[in-house]
Ligand binder design. Structure first.
Ligand code: PCA
Length: 200
């Protein structure tokens, strides 16, 4: 069983393609969860899910509103610096995610293979060395931290996606986007790469 997570919308983002992706990708082998954009609630939800499901891999997804391509994140840092409040109105600035945790965790997914496999499909994808300092970095760090504490050596990491073109076409400002089917294909290719590299 692979666990994939997405996010609800937040701030001035009208809708988040990752919640739709998670709903569409759930299957017998894939469990999905849409996480709240909340520092207080997202970590707890993740921890409960991982303890309950004991997944063989975890793939967290999030929207990067300004980016035109798929970005496979390589590193999560132990820092929150929220530029805007989360959906509970909390805005932590310059605080560690876990005061007892390491400075950073590297993704344990086959990140380069995933980028290459997505590009072979004709979909633009890049490695990224910063998942930001908001909820996405938080969830990637938390996932790797929880797995570390539990001693579960399963692959885990994060992929940022752009808006879907379907969403972008309803917005009143120009934003980079890819068709939802294209983003979904990229995530499927990533899941295949994770499965074949870890023989989940
Ligand atoms: N993207 C935000 C939080 C939720 C999401 O989908 C981020 O990049 O932190």
């Amino acid at each position: 069983m692979i666990l994939i997570t997405g996010f609800e919308s937040w701030g001035d983002v009208p809708s988040n393609p990752t919640s739709e992706l998670v709903e569409q990708l759930v299957s017998d082998e894939v469990a999905g969860e849409v996480l709240p954009v909340s520092f207080r609630r997202a970590g707890e939800r993740l921890e409960n899910l991982i303890r309950e499901l004991r997944p063989e891999a975890v793939l967290n997804l999030g929207l990067a509103p300004e980016r035109p391509v798929i970005r496979v994140e390589r590193v999560a840092i132990n820092l929150i610096d929220a530029r805007i409040p989360d959906n509970d109105g909390d805005q932590p600035v310059d605080v560690p995610i876990d005061p007892d945790g390491p400075t950073c965790y590297l993704s344990t997914l086959p990140t380069r293979e995933i980028v290459e496999a997505i590009r072979r499909e004709g979909i633009p994808a890049f490695l990224s060395y910063s998942a930001g300092t908001y909820l996405c970095n938080y969830v990637m760090y938390k996932t790797l931290r929880i797995l570390d504490i539990m001693g579960l050596g399963v692959p885990a990491g994060f992929i940022h996606v752009p808006y879907s073109s379907e969403m972008a076409s309803k917005m009143n400002k120009p934003v980079p986007s890819l068709p939802l089917a294209t983003i979904k294909r990229a995530v499927q290719v990533a899941l295949d790469a994770i499965t074949s590299s870890s023989r989940v």
